[in-house]
Design a protein around this ligand. Sequence first.
Ligand code: UDP
Length: 393
Amino acid sequence: MQIDVIVAGAGIWGCTVARVLAEAGRKVLVLEKRAAVGGNVRCETDANGIEIHTYGSHIFHTHLDDVWDFVNRFITFNGYQHKVLARYEGKTYFLPLGLTLVNQFYGLNLAPAELPAFIAKEAQKGLKGFNGANGPDGARGGEALNFEEQAISFIGEPLYRAFIREYTRKQWGTDPKNLPASIIKRLPVRASYDINYYPDYRQGIPLTGYNFLFDRLLDHPDITVECNAPFDLDTVRSRGLPDVPVFYSGPIDALFGYRFGALPWRSLRFELETLDIADFQGTSVMNYTGADVPFTRIHEFKHFHPENKELMASPKTVICREYPKTWALGDEPYYAVDTAESRALLERYRAEAAKTPGLVIGGRLGEYRYYDMDQSVGRGLAAAGEFLGNRRC
Ligand code: UDP
C-alpha cells in the first residue's frame, strides 16, 4: 500500500488534515489510538436515542467563513443556538454577563446606554477594597495582582462573587487569588439583552450527530483508517515508512516519552444519570456558580436537538454532572494549565519536535492549548495548506 502521509490522532484537527491532503491526491494513513475516531468530540447515542457528548458538551460555533463552508460540505447543522444559564443561591440567571443578568441580579431596569457607567462604578467600588498599593482616592494605581483583582476591576465584587469566584475555584481547584491575572484579559458585559452564549451567528449541532461528521471526513478512497493504533516515533520505521511526513495530534510530551516531565492538565469527571422524566432543567447547560455543590455544571443532552420533537417528548432524559479534578498521568487531559513553568516545559518539547524532520504537531493535545472546534478545523486547514504549498495564514 502506498502511503504519502501519516496522520496520527483522528480528532477534529487530524481528520481535517487527512481530508484536505486526500483531496489533494495524497494517500493518507490515519492512526488512532482509541477504538474509534473523533477525539473528544465523539458522542454515544443511548438506547433512547439521546446523543451523549461523552467528553462534555460540544457546540460548533464560528465566525470563520472557510471553516463553516468546509464543515458544511460534510454535515448539516440543526440551527441550535447555545444559551447557558447560571444557578446561584436558588435563583436562575441567563449568562453571559449582560443586561438580562445585571438587571435581574440587581433588581434594576438599566437601559443599554446606562450599563457601562453602572458597571464602571461597581468596578471602581471593588478596586477600593483591594489591599496593597492604593492610589490617593483609595483605588489601586498599579496592575491587578491576580485573577480575583483582575475580575473585580472589570465587573465589581458582587457579580464576581456570584458568577465567577466559586465556579473558577471549582474549575481550577484553587482560590482565584492564586491564579494569574493574565487568564482573563477581558470580561465583557454586553449592553444588550442578547443571551446567545457565543457571539457567532453560525452555530449548531450536526443534525445526524457528531460521529457522522468524522465518518464523512474520513470517507475518501485515499484515506485508510486504523483504530487501536497508537503512534510513536518508531512507528514510521517499524512500518517501513521512515521518510513519510507525520501530522501528530497526541500529547507532545507523550511523543518524547515525557523525558522532561509531564505537562500539567486539569481533568474532568462526568457523572451520567438517566431520569424517567421528559425534561430535568429545561435547557442544555446549567452552570452552578456557588460553592454549595461540588460540580460546575449539569448538561442535559436532549436539548441540543430541539428539532427532534419525538426525542424532546420522550419520557426519558440523560443528565451529566461535570466535576473538575486534578489531573494525573493516565487521566483524560482537558484544560492546559498555563503557567510560566508549563510554558517553559512546552518550549523544550517543541525544540525536540523541531529536530524531527517531516513532523507537524497540532491539535489541542499537540499544541497544549485550549481550542474550540472551529479553531481546530481552521488550524487543520492551515497546516494541510502549508504542507501543500498554498500558505493560508
Ligand atoms: N466562568 C465562570 N463562571 C461561569 C462560567 C465560566 O467564572 O459560570 C469562568 C471560569 O473561570 C472558566 C472560564 O470562565 O474557567 C471559561 O469558561 P467557559 O464556560 O467559557 O469555558 P468551557 O469550559 O465551556 O470551555
